[in-house]
Design a protein around this ligand. Structure first.
Ligand code: ADP
Length: 449
């Protein structure tokens, strides 16, 4: 096994990775920006190296600085976490070419999946269902009009290199098409350095269902069932659960099988997620693949019993998966609430000093966080400060357990979105599992802030 791993990240995910390393007997190196001197990840790791000033562009995204930290500490492998450089194929290549192990998929699979047009072409070859739309990139308004004849309206124009919910234009009628096309092209160029756009039919009431996969370097690849991630605001997930409360067994099997085929089509190694949109009639379509560990991985860990971070490390080292598809069974239900330092209904950020932090506990409650009493949440990074995860034998019990866990949570000194979660968990539509990706935003329009 590796002797020492450098974690190129911060916050709860850096802490999560350090915890996994400790349990495996692997030494850890944290990297931190000037704003993060007092951060939990820098304190928990065996060694910590400052990699630059506060802005992430100068620290957590500063490749030469991170590589220098790996060299001076004699680390053998680099774990990128999520966000920052996790899906940067060039970084993965630099890591590998410099003689370190990359805890993630091959740069080649990252490149294919990072380009949505290339990814869709590969998925088509593998018979993974795609949202009806253009055959590859669309270069002109005239071409867009032709595509619109087959997709109809509404349609969505998307940037091939887009991400984070940016670079998308929904078009409801023909007259808006030229302006939206130009806008999407221009914005894609400005934001991602690539003007390439493509068109899809806009699905009106889909659910966001994603499939967790895990592959090793020996050609073994399995899925670990699905997660339900329809609770979103501004294309950002708020609460996730596993399994999905509203798909039948046949749909589950079909979607997990499609996810597995998608991963196999790029010879995927490590942990990855295939995102699908599911229609009310149970038809589903590939949306994209995330070639990294995801924020919401704990819900899958809880229903399957597989430690995904541990297995990311093991397969990167070259170990074979110790289980087959048949060994992976689903047990009970898990929910994750993302606790953010922001107003629960106005969504204004609320960084600052935490005067008191008390984490919930008790049976089947997990808290992934880098928070502690006296810590100052910096305004410069992601606002997520904790993930509360609960597990129970069924969904109803899991919801109750989450409600009592959130009642125990105390974060004094800054504002958090805990109240949003409490209200959502009590919502009858949520409790019935009767929702799609618009549910949260529609509900927020109705409730007084
Ligand atoms: P990103 O890489 O920016 O996250 P995605 O392709 O994953 O972009 O899409 C982000 C979100 O946009 C989805 O979760 C979904 O809510 C919405 N979306 C994307 N494509 C479609 C579509 N064809 N129809 C309806 N909604 C879509």
């Amino acid at each position: 096994m590796f002797h020492k791993i450098l974690i190129a990240n911060r916050g709860e995910i850096a802490v999560r990775i350090i915890r996994a390393c400790k349990e495996l007997g692997i030494a850890t190196v944290a990297v931190y920006s000037e704003a993060d001197k007092e951060a939990m990840h820098a304190r928990l790791a065996d060694e910590a190296v400052c990699i630059g000033p506060t802005p992430s562009s100068k620290s957590y995204l500063n490749i030469p600085s991170i590589m220098a930290a790996a060299e001076i500490t004699d680390a053998e492998a680099i774990h990128p976490g999520y966000g920052f450089l996790a899906e940067n194929a060039e970084f993965a290549e630099i890591v590998i070419e410099s003689g370190y192990a990359w805890i993630g998929p091959s740069p080649e699979s990252m490149r294919i999946m990072g380009d949505k047009v290339r990814a869709k072409a590969r998925m088509q070859e593998a018979n993974v269902p795609l949202v009806p739309g253009s055959d590859g990139a669309v270069h002109s308004i005239e071409e867009a009009r032709q595509v619109a004849k087959s997709t109809g309206f509404p349609l969505i124009i998307k940037a091939a290199s887009g991400g984070g919910g940016r670079g998308m234009q929904v078009v409801h009628a023909e007259p808006r098409l030229p302006a939206a096309f130009n806008k999407c092209q221009t914005e894609a160029g400005a934001a991602f350095g690539d003007h390439t756009v493509f068109i899809e039919k806009y699905l009106e009431e889909p659910k966001h269902i994603e499939v967790q996969v895990l592959g090793d370097k020996h050609g073994n690849i399995i899925h670990l069932f699905e997660r339900e991630c329809s609770m979103q605001r501004n294309n950002q997930k708020v609460l996730e659960e596993a399994p999905s409360p509203s798909i039948d067994e046949a749909t589950r099997q079909a979607i997990c099988e499609a996810g597995l085929n998608a991963a196999k089509a790029v010879n995927y190694e490590g942990a990855g997620t295939i995102e699908f949109l599911l229609n009310p009639d149970n038809s589903f379509y590939f949306m994209e693949m995330n070639t990294r560990i995801q924020v919401e991985h704990p819900v899958t860990e809880w229903i399957t019993g597989v430690d995904l971070i541990e297995w990311q490390i093991r397969v990167a080292f070259g170990e074979k998966l110790a289980f087959t598809q048949q060994n992976i069974k689903m047990k009970g239900h898990a929910i994750e609430c993302r606790i953010n330092a922001e107003h629960p209904f106005k969504f204004t950020p609320s960084p600052g000093t935490v005067e008191l932090y008390h984490a919930p506990g008790g049976r089947s409650v997990r808290v992934d966080s880098a928070l502690y009493t006296g810590y100052t949440v910096p305004p410069h990074y992601d606002s997520m400060i904790a993930k509360i995860i609960t597990h129970a034998r069924d969904r109803q019990k899991c919801i109750r357990r989450m409600q009592r866990a959130l009642d125990e949570l105390a974060v004094i000194g800054i504002t958090t979105n805990t109240e949003l979660h409490k209200r959502l968990l009590a919502n009858p539509g949520f409790q019935r599992g009767d929702f799609n990706i618009h549910f949260l935003e529609n509900w927020l329009k109705q409730i007084p802030s």
